[in-house]
Structures are given as structure tokens and as C-alpha cells.
Design a protein. Structure first.
Length: 420
């Protein structure tokens, strides 16, 4: 008589991507601090990860917006657009005023002495007319290759409207089906690339901590602290407001935002976080795919709450560090410029050095303080990107709720949704 004993070992749960990214974040900082400047050799691998994401972002944006617009009638698209831009404007302006309040209370530039003459730098003349014209591309392929998102989105909206009209009148859905399928392929590419996120983030953070080091932030702790406090204030206000409007439990939000928050603070790029943001909006927050595909790319390009708050703080930092007192009308000008720059930076390449130089020149402030802001821009970018992306999801929730495309069962974890 033989006895056979079957031992079933419990399956080990795979480590989630969020946990892997968190481990890579801590590991990259520690490793870079240990090896010092040698960590710069790892930057190439981080850059490869960034480029793999960037190569698909424009196509993802264009196919997502086109499919979202093409699948709804003109009235539905207009309603969705109206609610999206309404919340973008409200949240952006409010964020600018919070930046103003923090600048006056914390005074981030006080204690840092910067000497220089008033800015007299020749900046490109960009009128309101030129800015508006910049939204409409004369060469869509050129806009795609340069990564100019707003012209690409405008083209996609027009193409989506035309595609929807053609599909309804002809009864032939072949173009719409192709766009939807192409979008699914692009999403699969990005999902494959995202498996490399822990490696890419490890290499990027190792380079930062090994070459730049964290000691450079010590003189700027008040500025970075003001950004962090602003993030907390606005996330609490916007999160509470969104929860009340959509009738959900706000205490569930922090855990749902964990993955997107880590991605935002480690990559400091809203474009790279776009696929994660769009997928999480559907699978974690209950936003319909239609709304997520429409609001995701648009809010990425035009809703920059973290950026507008940072711009206002930067203006006051530069004025306080150089001993220049801004008059009330200049404070209003600071808010107006900051709000406009949230759109202007989309069509003006060059990054934050262009933004800070433009702000200093426009306000008549010395340019010497710009170098200090650029020196800690990676760190301030963490807070800018975090707020930008999280509020984008909240806007998607508000829009979805208004047009009956919000599923509370998904938000409450009573139902599973997939981003298909």
C-alpha cells in the first residue's frame, strides 16, 4: 500500500509594476549617491526608455482623440469639449492664485541674494495672434515630428469630426475601425515599453543623485517647499471637490493615484505618463474609455496646474532674490503671464529655460536668478508633473460624471474595467 502526498505550493504573487517602480526609485537614488559621477554612464539607458515612450506618444494622442470624437455625434463632442475646457480654465486660474498666496506668505526668494541688472534680453516676439495661429498646423507631419501637441490635437479633432460624419452618412466604418485598431496597437507597444520602466527610472535617478546631487536643493528648500505645500493644498481642494461632485469616497483616491504619482515624480514628464493616466482613468476611477481618450491628451497639453503655480512662484522668487518689490498690477501681470505660458510653452520649444527667461524679461527682472531655478528644475518638475497629471484625472472624472460616462462601481472596486 503506497501513500502519495500532494503538496500544492501557494503561487507567489508577482510584484506589481507600481512596487517595482517604487523600489527602483529608492534604489536609483541610493546607488547614485554611492557611486557618484560614475552614475552618469547609466543615463543612456534612462534616455532610451524615455525615447521609447516618446516615439509613440504623438500617435497615441492623435488616434485616441480621433477615435473619441469619431464615435460621438457633434452634439456629444461639443458637450464633452465644453465641460473639459471649463474645468481646465477654473483649475488653472485657481492654481495661479494659490501660487500667489504662497509666494506672499512663504517668500521663497528672501534670504537668497542675487545681483544683476534688469533683464534686457531679446526674446522672440509672440503676439496673441501668433499664439492662436500656432494652434493650426500648415504641415501636420512637421507638427508630429516636432512633438507640437496642440496642432496635432486640433487636426485630430477635425479629422475625428469628418470621420464620424463620413461613417454616419456612408455606413462604412472601415476608417473608424482602422483608427481604433491602430490605437490599440500603439497602446500595446506602450504597455511593452512600460515593462522597462523600473530599469529606466533606476538609471535616470541614479544619474541625478550621482551627478547633480541633492545638496544643490538646500538653498532652494523654501521654493521647493512652497511647491510641495501648494500641491498638498490643491490636491486636497480639488480631490474633495471632485469627490463631492461625482459622489464618491475621496479616501480611495490616494491609493488609486499611487502608480501615476510615482511615474509623475520620477519621469517629470506629463507626455510619458499619458498612457498610464489614460488607462488608470478607466480601470481605477471609472471614467469611460471615450472620455479618457478625449480628455487625457487635451488636459496633458493645456491643463498645467502644477506648472502655472510654479511659474507664479518663480516670478516672485526672482523678484524677492533681487530685492525688487512687485506692485499689485505687476502681481496681476504675473498671474496672467503664467496662465498664458501654460499654453505658450506647447508651441515654443526650448523647455523651462525659455519659460523662466521669458517671465524674467516680461517682468523686467534680472536674469541671474534664472540659473538658480534651472539648477533645481528637475526637483521642481517632480511637483509640477504630479499636480498636472493627478488633476487631469479629476477633470476626466468631472466630465464623465456630467455626460453620464462615469461608473461608480469601478471606482468603488465592485467592478473590473479594462482599457480595451
Amino acid at each position: 500500500m503506497s501513500l502519495s502526498v500532494s503538496l500544492n505550493k501557494p503561487k507567489r504573487e508577482p510584484i506589481s509594476l507600481t512596487t517595482q517602480i517604487l523600489i527602483a526609485t529608492v534604489g536609483g537614488i541610493v546607488f547614485g549617491s554611492m557611486v557618484g559621477p560614475w552614475a552618469e554612464n547609466l543615463k543612456v539607458f534612462g534616455d532610451i526608455f524615455i525615447r521609447l515612450i516618446q516615439m509613440s506618444v504623438v500617435l497615441l494622442v492623435m488616434t485616441a482623440v480621433t477615435a473619441a470624437i469619431g464615435n460621438v455625434d457633434n452634439k456629444g463632442a461639443g458637450k464633452m469639449s465644453l465641460h473639459t475646457f471649463k474645468w481646465i480654465i477654473i483649475f488653472t486660474v485657481l492654481s495661479a492664485f494659490v501660487g500667489l498666496a504662497l509666494a506672499l506668505v512663504i517668500q521663497p526668494g528672501v534670504g537668497i541674494s542675487v545681483h544683476g541688472s534688469a533683464a534686457a534680453v531679446a526674446m522672440p516676439e509672440t503676439s496673441l495672434k501668433d499664439t492662436i495661429l500656432g494652434f493650426f498646423s500648415t504641415n501636420i507631419v512637421g507638427s508630429m515630428s516636432s512633438g507640437a501637441m496642440i496642432p496635432c490635437i486640433v487636426f485630430s479633432v477635425i479629422f475625428g469630426l469628418a470621420m464620424g460624419s463620413y461613417t454616419r452618412t456612408s455606413g462604412n466604418p472601415i476608417i473608424r475601425d482602422f483608427i481604433v485598431s491602430f490605437n490599440a496597437v500603439i497602446m500595446n507597444i506602450i504597455k511593452l515599453v512600460m515593462n522597462l520602466a523600473p530599469i529606466g527610472i533606476f538609471c535616470l535617478l541614479a544619474n541625478v543623485s550621482g551627478t547633480i546631487g541633492f545638496k544643490v536643493i538646500v538653498p532652494m528648500l523654501k521654493f521647493l517647499g512652497a511647491l510641495a505645500i501648494g500641491d498638498i493644498i490643491l490636491l486636497v481642494i480639488y480631490g474633495g471637490f471632485t469627490a463631492v461632485m461625482t459622489k464618491v469616497n475621496p479616501l480611495k483616491m490616494p491609493s488609486k493615484f499611487m502608480k501615476l504619482s510615482i511615474m509623475s515624480m520620477t519621469t517629470t514628464s506629463s507626455a510619458i505618463c499619458l498612457p498610464t493616466k489614460m488607462e488608470d482613468s478607466v480601470t481605477k476611477f471609472g471614467v469611460s474609455r471615450k472620455v479618457s481618450d478625449f480628455t487625457g491628451p487635451i488636459t496633458m497639453s493645456m491643463n498645467a496646474n502644477g506648472a502655472v503655480m510654479c511659474y507664479v512662484l518663480a516670478i516672485f522668487f526672482m523678484s524677492q532674490a533681487t530685492g525688487i518689490v512687485l506692485e499689485p498690477y505687476q502681481m496681476g501681470m504675473a498671474i496672467l503671464l503664467s496662465v498664458l505660458m501654460c499654453m505658450g510653452t506647447i508651441v515654443v520649444p526650448g523647455g523651462m529655460i525659455i519659460v523662466y527667461t521669458f517671465l524674467a524679461s516680461s517682468m523686467g527682472l534680472p536674469l541671474e536668478s534664472v540659473a538658480i531655478l534651472i539648477g533645481i528644475d528637475w526637483f521642481s518638475g517632480m511637483f509640477r508633473t504630479l499636480l498636472n497629471n493627478v488633476v487631469d484625472v479629476m477633470i476626466a472624472m468631472l466630465v464623465a460624471d456630467k455626460i453620464d460616462e462615469f461608473d461608480r462601481d469601478v471606482y468603488n472596486d465592485n467592478k473590473v474595467a479594462e482599457y480595451l
